[in-house]
Design a protein around this ligand. Structure first.
Ligand code: PLP
Length: 465
């Protein structure tokens, strides 16, 4: 029987199908031709954007979709996106979690519309913010909260508080982690185990080994070695890795992390931004974690920029002892953070869409999505594996489930990744760029899930032919 929230499977250990490189290249060229011929309006917009927008997009990530150029969206509603060329897509990317509860849910649109008329940013708190603080405390158990704009901000500000409270400078993170554009975390391990900038780390303020220690996920002895000198302010951790493949923690890993962080006086910071997929209290509630700091963002206000972080009394005490709260230069803040519109959108999301009722609908569909992929992998003996974390599902091009980021690096296959994304897109399904990841929304239907399974099967058949 499957556990309720996580499932993972692989064809490790059995005879596997072979996939020819030449076939991948041939199909990729064909799919690219189809993509270009079917999206003349997106292409024209991209050409127009290139001279004025860096990489032809308002945010550099958007250039990384499969295809010669990004499709330009016209509108999104529920689990559907329509592009400027008139194609409708079943959206399983859902804004890489930002729109995990569907595009423009009615309850949030209504609350936002009302608040827009009553003031957007007043640099004063509104009553909604208290409801939001109380609700976050109820769900995640930490007593003190702040509302910010992005999960990156939540992480950056939390690191500052952890440093201030512990009077330590270093942070510990995981090889292959992603916590937003947080300088300290854009680091990796080289083949001799040294901390170096991750590829793509542009303009780092200082070499990352000065601020950061890095360990592989699921490696407890490495955590102890890193914490032993007692110079680490916080261990920043996704409880399951979601940005470098989907990697579940080994049994006992998170308990051991908690024990060691306490032993060495390091705060445990759990980044729930993506693991909110586990349920209404994220991984923390689903698996009874007890962190010192929790950060989160993306879907909290249904895609309107809002994030939050909560801290324990222990962190608070450390901060109060060393910070003057009447100082305005704390290195923490943002003029628009916690604005009236943001907290109204957050209240509506928490009250009406990020609910137990919606999770009861979404979870069985996530299992169905997982089962569809799992059946194909097993029946065709593909050297691939699939993992589920609540309403998040990801398949990877490796026969055995990974236990850490280096194992994912070793199995990377950019051509196959592009091909699977493009085959899905050309047949009306959007998967999250950069990895083979899907999210289920409250608007997703069985039919949508089965359509993905059909396309996945068709794509696999074409590749292994
Ligand atoms: C786990 C995690 N934390 C933080 C972030 C940063 O979120 P944002 O880009 O909204 O600041 C991300 C983004 O993907 C993330 O995956």
């Amino acid at each position: 029987m499957k556990p309720p929230i996580c499932s993972s499977a692989s064809t490790g250990g059995v005879t596997i199908a072979t996939i020819k490189r030449s076939r991948i290249k041939e199909l990729l060229a064909k799919e690219q031709r189809q993509f270009v011929s079917e999206h003349p309006k997106s292409k024209a917009l991209y050409k127009r954007a290139e001279p004025v927008l860096l990489r032809g997009v308002p945010m550099n990530w958007m250039a990384l979709w499969a295809g010669d150029f990004p499709i330009f969206a016209k509108e999104g509603k529920g689990d559907r996106i329509i592009d400027v060329d008139g194609y409708e897509y079943i959206d399983f990317c859902l804004g890489d979690t930002g729109s995990m509860f569907g595009h423009s849910p009615k309850a949030v649109v209504d609350a936002v519309t009302e608040q827009v008329r009553k003031g957007i940013t007043m640099m004063l708190p509104t009553e909604d913010s208290i409801w939001v603080g109380e609700e976050l405390k109820r769900r995640f158990k930490l007593p003190q909260w702040q509302i910010v704009m992005t999960a990156t901000d939540a992480n950056r500000f939390s690191i500052r508080l952890a440093r201030e409270a512990t009077r330590r400078t270093k942070i510990l993170c995981i090889n292959g982690c992603y916590h937003g554009s947080v300088d300290e975390t854009i680091a990796t391990l080289d083949d001799r185990g040294r901390v170096i900038p991750r590829s793509g780390n542009k303009g780092a303020p200082v070499p990352p080994h000065m601020t950061t220690k890095v360990v592989e996920f699921n490696d407890i002895p490495a955590v102890e070695k890193a914490l032993r000198p007692r110079d680490v302010a916080c261990f920043m951790l996704e409880p399951a890795m979601t940005n470098h493949g989907l990697i579940l923690p080994d049994k006992g890993y998170l308990d051991a992390v908690r024990r060691l962080t306490r032993k060495y006086g390091t705060f445990l910071l759990i980044d729930e931004t993506h693991t909110l997929s586990c349920g209404t209290g994220g991984y923390t509630k689903a698996y009874g974690l007890d962190p010192d700091i929790i950060t989160m963002g993306k879907p909290l206000a249904s895609g309107i920029p809002v994030a939050a972080y909560g801290i324990s009394l222990k962190v608070l005490e450390g901060v109060i002892n060393s910070l003057q709260f009447d100082d305005d230069e704390m290195g923490i803040g943002g003029t628009l953070s916690g604005n009236a519109l943001a907290v109204a959108a957050m209240k509506a999301t928490l009250q009406k869409v990020y609910t137990e009722e919606n999770f009861r609908k979404m979870m069985p569909l996530a299992e169905r999505f997982y089962d569809g992929i799992d059946d194909v992998i097993r029946s065709r003996k593909l050297p691939w594996c699939v993992t589920r974390l609540g309403i998040r599902i990801e398949y990877m091009f490796m026969p055995k489930r990974p236990r850490n980021g280096s194992q994912v690096d070793a199995a990377e296959d950019p051509d196959l990744d592009q091909l699977m994304h493009l085959m899905a897109l050309n047949r009306g399904v959007l998967l999250t760029p950069f990895h083979m990841m899907a999210l289920i929304s409250p608007d997703t239907t069985k039919k949508d899930v089965d359509r993905h399974t059909e396309i996945f099967t068709e794509s696999v058949e074409a590749i292994i032919r």
